[in-house]
Design a binder for this molecule. Structure first.
Ligand code: UD1
Length: 404
C-alpha cells in the first residue's frame, strides 16, 4: 500500500522557526517530524511514499532525496498554492495510479507505528479516519460518532462538542478523488478534507472511525516542541560508542552522542539527552533532561542547558544558561547569555492569547546575540536578528531586527 504525506504547508503557528523551514522539518529528538512519520509507516511495511510538498520544498527534498537512506521510495508532487488538505491530497492522484486504497497522513504530527496499525486494522467503509481522545480539543477537528460510524466532523469548534479528535490520518479508497473534486470551498477559503468527509456522510456514504491510544503528538506551537521532545527522548538508549569522551565526564541516564563529537573534561550530562555529530561540548558543561543538541553545535565551558532543543550549527559561548528553550540553527550567543525561566506564561501570537506551561525562549535561525544578554521568560527572538551585548529582551524581537 502507498501512503501520501501532506507536507506542503508552513505551520505558521510554529513561527519564527517555520520562517526558514516548514513545520514538518522541525527536529524532535534530532530528527525532523516527517522522519518520525516515515519510520512509523516503514514499521507497518508501507514503503512507497508520495510527499506533497510546497512551502520550502527544497529543504524537504534535499534531506529525504529519493528515500533510499530511510528505507522507502519517495516520489514528490508539488502543491503550488496551499489551499487546503483536500486539494493537497488531490495532487497525489496520478501517483496513486491504480491502487485501490491508500493511507494519508498529515506531515506535521509525530506518530508511533501503532497508530498506523490501528488505522489499518480498523478499516471499514469508504473512508476510515483515525481518531484519538484528548482533554483539550481546541484547534482540532472533532468527531461525533455512533459506534464506528462518523456522524459529524466539526472543524475547530469554539465550544466543546466531543473529546474525540481527527488525527489527520486516513485510509481512503481511490474514489476519494472524485469526492474531493466535488468539495466546496470552506468559509476560510480552503478545500478541506474534513468538508469532503462531511459531504460523504451527508450523502449516506459510510465514513468510519478507528480509535487509537498510540503515540500521536502535535506540536501546535513552537514551545510544544519541548513536550514532544521529552516524550520521544524517553525511548532513547545510551550510545556513546561513536563519541570522544574525555576524562572526568559524568554521564547518567540515557545519553546518545553522535559521531566525531567531543565531550570535554568535567562535563556532567543527565539523560535523556541526545547530542548529534561533530559537536564540541565543554569543558565543564552541564546538560540536563530533556535536551536535544543537533549536529555541529558547540557549547563552551561552564554553560548550563536544561530541557531545550538546540538545532544544527549553533554556538553557545561560556557561562550561558539556556532552559526550556528552542534555539534555531546557525544561532550564536555570546558569553553569559541567560534565558529566564517562566511557568504558566501568557503568550500573544498574532492576535491570540496562548498559554505555555513552561518556556524560556524561542530563537529563530541565523540570529546573533552578543554577550551578557538576558531574555525574559516567554519572549521570542525571530530569525536573522543581531542583538548587541548587554541587552535585556523584554519584548518579542521581529525578523531581521538590529538591536544596538
Ligand atoms: C481541514 C483539516 O484537514 N483539518 C485537520 C488538520 O487541521 P490543521 O489545522 O492542523 O491542518 P494544517 O493546515 O496544519 O495541515 C495539516 C497538514 O497538511 C499539510 N497541508 C495543509 C494545507 C495545504 O494546502 N497543503 C498541505 O500540504 C500541512 O503541511 C500539514 O502537514 O489536522 C488536524 C490534526 O492535526 C485535524 O484535527 C483537523 O481536522
Amino acid at each position: 500500500m502507498k501512503a501520501v504525506i501532506l507536507a506542503a504547508g508552513e505551520g505558521k503557528r510554529c513561527r519564527p522557526l517555520t520562517l526558514t523551514r516548514s513545520k514538518v522539518m522541525l527536529p524532535v529528538a534530532n530528527k525532523p517530524i516527517l522522519e518520525h512519520i516515515i519510520n512509523a509507516l516503514v514499521k507497518n511495511d508501507i514503503k512507497e511514499i508520495i510527499l506533497v510538498v510546497g512551502y520550502k520544498k527544497e529543504r524537504i527534498m534535499d534531506y529525504f532525496e529519493d528515500g533510499i537512506n530511510f528505507g522507502v521510495k519517495i516520489e514528490y508532487v508539488e502543491q503550488k498554492a496551499q489551499i487546503g488538505t483536500a486539494h493537497a491530497i488531490l495532487q497525489a492522484r496520478n501517483l496513486i495510479g491504480n491502487e485501490e486504497k491508500f493511507v494519508v497522513v498529515n506531515g506535521d504530527n509525530i506518530i508511533g507505528p501503532d497508530a498506523i496499525a490501528d488505522l489499518i486494522n480498523g478499516e471499514e467503509g469508504d473512508a476510515t479516519l483515525l481518531t484519538c481522545k484528548k482533554d483539550n480539543v481546541s484547534g482540532y477537528g472533532v468527531i461525533v460518532a455512533k459506534g464506528k460510524n462518523v456522524i459529524e466532523i466539526i472543524e475547530k469548534p469554539k465550544t466543546l462538542i466531543s473529546h474525540l479528535i481527527n488525527t489527520g490520518i486516513y485510509l481512503f479508497k481511490k474514489d476519494i478523488f472524485e469526492m474531493i473534486e466535488r468539495t466546496a470551498v470552506s468559509t476560510t477559503g480552503e478545500y478541506a478534507i474534513t468538508d469532503t468527509l462531511q459531504m460523504m456522510i451527508d450523502e449516506g456514504i459510510p465514513v468510519t472511525t478507528a480509535i487509537t491510544n498510540a503515540e500521536w503528538l502535535d506540536a501546535a506551537y513552537s514551545w510544544n516542541l519541548l513536550e514532544a521532545n521529552t516524550i520521544i527522548l524517553g525511548d532513547f538508549e545510551t550510545d556513546l560508542s561513536k563519541a570522544k569522551i574525555e576524562d572526568c565526564v559524568s554521564i547518567k541516564g540515557s545519553v546518545s552522542v553522535g559521531r566525531n563529537t567531543t565531550i570535554r573534561a568535567g562535563s556532567y550530562i543527565v539523560g535523556p539527552v541526545v547530542i548529534g555529530d561533530n559537536c564540541d561540548i565543554g569543558p565543564n558543561v552541564v546538560i540536563l533532561p530533556s535536551t536535544s543538541v543537533g549536529n555541529n553545535v558547540s557549547i563552551a565551558s561552564f554553560s548550563y542547558i536544561k530541557n531545550s532543543i538546540l538545532m544544527n550549527d549553533t554556538r553557545v559561548s561560556t557561562h550561558s544558561n539556556i532552559s526550556n528553550s528552542v534555539v534555531g540553527s546557525n544561532v550564536t550567543t555570546g558569553p553569559n547569555f541567560i534565558t529566564e525561566e517562566g511557568e504558566e506564561l501568557h503568550i500573544i501570537l498574532g492576535n491570540e492569547l496562548h498559554e505555555a506551561e513552561k518556556l524560556g525562549t524561542v530563537i529563530g535561525d541565523d540570529t546573533d546575540i552578543g554577550g551578557n544578554v538576558l531574555v525574559r521568560a516567554g519572549k521570542m527572538v525571530s530569525s536573522n536578528c543581531r542583538i548587541s551585548s548587554g541587552k535585556t529582551i523584554s519584548e518579542d524581537v521581529p525578523t531581521n531586527a538590529l538591536l544596538k
